[in-house]
Design a protein around this ligand. Structure first.
Ligand SMILES: Cc1cc2nc3c(=O)[nH]c(=O)nc-3n(C[C@H](O)[C@H](O)[C@H](O)COP(=O)(O)OP(=O)(O)OC[C@H]3O[C@@H](n4cnc5c(N)ncnc54)[C@H](O)[C@@H]3O)c2cc1C
Length: 361
């Protein structure tokens, strides 16, 4: 036999296996189809458990050490946790996997980069591995060729799978442009249907991705584009006067200061545009007001907002704007024009009202 062990795949699994076996004196051959270092779509977030698994000093390839995390559900219900100790390491997989493979090589493993394994067969003597550069034999085989590898299939071990699809990109951002501190991760459950999104800090950029069940979401790319948009409604990522109509439904009541959001909606509409928003409102008085209180109490914890009282409603009364209430005052719809302001209650209209039409036109 040429080798004691053949390892297929130089990801973290294969490279570490090759390292551990080689340093114990076994004759190891490691086959990797790509030339290293190679890019691998991966968040690269290593939980601190890795300290118990790897006795290598991999700190030279750690991009960031993470001490906190923010979790959200559908962009809301933000939970922020912070630890006094680090909780994870951030790596780029091209550098990390290459580093581990180099360690395996230094421990004595023979590394064959750019060599693709095509088939694997077993016999009484051992395993026969056919590559695109010839056949190799060993007593044992480690199949570490990843989710789409051939080894498990070749030996009849491929599991039935539910497939998730992901899109990830390495996104350069100025440190001050990121809302997440550079020593924290952000994980947004429900950022896409049947999946989640992540923002992981790396040395000079962010790894940003989304993933979800393939049979539910199909192509994740359009969902990724949406995820990339800065979703802070008080700082819309659009230039002034981008739209004829800005429509906002059942969102303002989730904000600490709804007026800020309405100001930004007014900013992005054209001079003759409309801002229309609907929100849950608290009736002025009577039984309906009591009812809204009871509803709020009943839904506390699940209702992601409140019924806006009259004082909180981003609205002013002028000839250009309209306010309509429904459901006995529990729902309100407002229409504003470009000249309307909601940040100066004493001075609700811009000096020169540029609109030519009224909402009734
Ligand atoms: C988008 C995304 C984000 C993720 N984020 C995280 C994260 O933040 N933290 C985390 O812990 N996990 C994460 N994961 C999971 C993680 O990437 C995998 O668990 C990990 O890569 C598995 O390592 P591995 O060594 O088993 O296989 P892989 O890393 O897949 O490596 C397999 C290697 O085998 C090679 N290979 C395949 N076929 C052959 C062949 N026929 N011949 C020779 N070589 C072959 C491949 O080129 C590859 O280098 C993420 C996964 C994805 C897809």
């Amino acid at each position: 036999m040429q080798h004691d062990v053949i390892v297929v795949g130089a990801g973290p699994g294969g490279a570490t296996a090759a390292y551990e076996l080689a340093r114990r004196g076994l004759r190891v051959a490691l086959f990797e189809q790509k030339a290293l270092p190679r890019y691998k779509p991966c968040g690269g977030c290593l939980s601190l458990k890795i300290d118990r698994i790897l006795d290598l000093d991999f700190r030279p390839v750690v991009e960031r050490t993470v001490s906190g995390a923010t979790f959200t559900f559908e962009g809301l219900d933000e939970v922020h946790v912070r630890s006094e100790r680090p909780v994870a390491y951030m790596v780029m997989r091209d550098r990390f996997d290459h580093f581990l493979t180099q360690q395996a090589q230094q421990a004595g493993a023979k590394v064959h980069e750019g060599v693709r394994v095509l088939d694997v067969t077993e016999s009484a003597e051992g395993v026969h591995v056919t590559t695109d550069r010839g056949v190799h034999e060993a007593q044992y085989l480690v199949g570490a060729d990843g989710a789409n590898g051939i080894v498990a299939r070749a030996v009849g071990l491929a599991p039935r799978r539910r497939v998730a699809v992901c899109v990830e990109a390495e996104v350069a951002t100025a440190a001050e442009a990121s809302t997440t501190p550079r020593d924290e991760v952000r994980i947004e459950f429900g950022a896409i249907p049947f999946g989640y999104g992540w923002v992981f800090p790396k040395g000079d950029h962010l790894s940003i991705g989304v993933g979800g069940l393939r049979n539910k979401i199909g192509n994740p790319r359009p969902l990724y584009d949406e995820f990339l948009v800065d979703q802070d409604i008080t700082k819309l990522p659009y230039p002034d006067q981008s739209f004829d109509v800005a429509l906002c439904t059942w969102t303002l009541e989730t904000l600490a200061d709804p007026r800020q959001a309405v100001q930004d909606l007014l900013r992005v509409i054209a001079d003759d545009g409309f801002v229309i928003y609907a929100f849950s409102s608290r009736p002025e008085g009577g039984v309906k007001r009591l009812y809204s209180r009871l509803l709020e109490d009943w839904a506390a914890g699940t209702l992601r907002g409140r019924f806006l009282s009259a004082a909180e409603r981003p609205y002013h009364s002028c000839e250009h704007s309209r306010l309509m209430t429904f459901a006995g005052g529990l729902a309100t719809v407002v229409v504003l024009r470009k000249c309307c302001r909601v940040d100066h209650p004493q001075d609700p209209c811009l000096p020169a009202a540029p609109v030519s039409a009224t909402p009734g036109d």
